[in-house]
Write a protein that binds this ligand. Structure first.
Ligand code: ZN
Length: 289
């Protein structure tokens, strides 16, 4: 069964049961408050791996491979209550970044999604692992209660958030994987064990290095910055134990100034440019990865 079909069934099944229950109630009226209904259904094919995306660039497996992950997608819009949606902004920046990396040559690039479709959180780093990627970059935007919050941040994985705001951000992002409380990922949140693994393999140091390079490029590009140091949080999407991974939070979608940048082609290009330069600098420093 295709994944789209599985997900469609996942949403149609409870609806069908509800319609059935309401119909039954119409036929056999019950006294008020007489019944509670519990609907149970198995998540279909939860262990089936998602299809691997296309790898662009030189047909040479020794070339570094960057997996770019546009956050959210499909029924999960991400942040943004108005016309501008995080899932669309992330995809536009991811597509622009792929174009820039390929134009520069020498690197291979794959996108976890290149269209408006849903991918479970755990499947995203899993795609990078199965492709044997050298770097994983997840692209997101944020929103905050106060529209004064603005600017870009870069996150690496951590058991505990580097600030309360970072912890809340991780809660929001990890929540993308739940639909009506049903968790769609297969892996549990055991960040502690993964971090130990990361430090043993030196992956965490490389993630922090990549995050630092991206912040430097963003600063040089004059893109508004929320934090000028890498943030850390228990982000489910960064849990590939053997692949340096960063989350690029490109700005606050509910801040009017940021929304102008995030929603415009010019702004998206500037963010993608900074990321492309940072990724090149990262591979220049880690020759032979
Ligand atoms: Zn997001």
């Amino acid at each position: 069964m295709s994944r789209t079909l599985q997900l469609t069934l996942l949403f149609i099944a409870p609806l069908a049961v509800l319609v059935g229950v309401l119909a039954a109630k119409g036929v056999f009226p019950v006294r008020d408050g007489g019944y509670e209904y519990v609907v149970r259904f198995d998540l279909p094919g939860a262990n089936a791996p998602v299809d691997l995306p296309r790898v662009d660039g030189p047909p040479d497996a020794s070339r570094p491979l960057v997996v770019i992950d546009a956050g959210h997608g499909g029924f999960d819009p991400g942040a943004g209550g108005g016309a501008l949606k995080e899932k669309a902004v992330a995809l536009q920046i991811a597509l622009a970044l792929r174009e820039k990396l390929l134009a520069g040559g020498g690197l291979r690039v794959a996108l976890t999604r290149d269209a408006d479709r849903f991918i479970a959180l755990a499947d995203r780093p899993d795609i990078a692992r199965r492709l044997n990627a050298d770097l994983f970059v997840s692209i997101h935007a944020d929103s905050a209660d106060a529209d004064s919050a603005r600017g870009a941040s870069v996150y690496v994985l951590s058991e505990k958030g580097s600030s309360q705001a970072a912890e809340r951000f991780a809660e929001r992002e990890n929540g993308a994987d739940r639909v009506n409380g049903v968790r769609l990922s297969r892996t549990s949140a055991q960040v502690g064990a993964i971090l130990l693994d990361l430090s043993q393999r030196g992956t965490q140091a490389k993630s922090t290095q990549a995050a630092g390079l991206l912040l430097r490029e963003l600063g040089d590009a004059g893109v508004g910055m929320h934090r000028d140091r890498p943030e850390a949080a228990a982000l489910a999407v960064l849990k590939a134990p053997d692949i340096p991974s960063i989350l690029f939070e490109t700005g606050y979608i509910n801040n009017p100034d940021d929304a102008k940048v995030l929603g415009s082609r010019q702004g998206q290009q500037a963010l993608a440019d900074a990321a492309a330069r940072a990724i090149r600098a990262y591979f220049a420093r880690n020759a032979g990865v």
